[in-house]
Design a protein around this ligand. Sequence first.
Ligand code: NAP
Length: 335
Amino acid sequence: MSSFLRFSRMTNLVEVQSLKLNTGALMPAIALGMSAREETPEETKAYFRKALEIGYRHFDTASVYRTEPMMGEVLEDVLNSGTFKREELFITTKLSPAQTHADDVIPALRESLSNLRLEYVDLYLIHFPVRIKPGTKLSYGPLSEDAFLPLDLVGVWKALEQCVELGLTRAIGVSNFGSRLLGVITADAKIIPAVNQVEMHPGCLQPRLLDACKQMGIKVMAFSALGSPKYSTGFTSNAVIDSPILKEIAEKHGKSVGQVALRWSLDHGVCVVVKSSNPSRMAQNLNVFGWSLDEDDHTKIATMPRFRLHDGTYWINQTTSPYRSPKDLYDCWSD
Ligand SMILES: NC(=O)c1ccc[n+]([C@@H]2O[C@H](COP(=O)([O-])OP(=O)(O)OC[C@H]3O[C@@H](n4cnc5c(N)ncnc54)[C@H](OP(=O)(O)O)[C@@H]3O)[C@@H](O)[C@H]2O)c1
């Protein structure tokens, strides 16, 4: 679709289209998820190398995923050996929720860069609009009230702007922000976020948020785009991958359900982060260009049951959190 552009230096294996950020930079529209479950460091390095070989050029990591050091080893190797030029790769990482404080942002990004063995990242995101005590174990239920620290999102955003000025990152953005919170940081911003990374899949569209991002010139990046099947730590659903509606559409187009789900996100003009440790599915997930879903497919998908994996309950309480209800945090998938 028209919002996609060809990435200037693309893999000769597959043609992955790109989105143009409000910085003017091109961001490959498919990113590989670099979160880790039970993978060993050696497995993470092998996974990253395999993805580079298959044709992935955009990688989505975060301080809390703890995969930056393994990526750094591989990056140093492939950049020093001349296998890749730095500008051929697009690296996204994120600020830990334990470092969401103005004074912590620059040191946190410097630490990520040191782990990644890079001079700059392409995109740096605030992972969550919360600040929790260092050492707090992230949980999949509500955090204890004493886990939260006061949050100054505007101050944090100003520190991210400084990261751009210092050349530590080419673009900045946010993750898990609803349109209300985007309004908070953009009201007095020098730099408008380039990206908002949020949960998005055929069961969770959030049209109001998509529209707000479009109005502000912010690109949406969809995570858990397959509904996170097999996720071992809490947030998981087979509702996307086992959907009879998606199965029927996949058969019609001669594609897999995964490809249909990813194509659905791409048809909405967003970038998709997807994870697979299986080389054949990794290749399949990158091969989602050159065809589209039709109007009838989109109409059918719109009838799928709505659900959200990351409903924010772990960030909400009535005393210490800045958020009293999911509505304070997120837009609803139904509006
Ligand atoms: N910003 C945030 O707060 C946030 C939150 C969650 C996730 N993320 C990002 O998004 C990435 C992906 O998230 P996720 O793992 O929750 O969701 P996901 O990509 O929806 O699901 C990944 C799972 O789908 C399976 N899979 C992959 N391709 C498939 C296909 N074509 N057909 C069938 N199954 C397939 C994989 O299994 P196999 O390995 O066996 O293929 C894997 O278990 C993360 O790594 C992270 O980078 C960000």
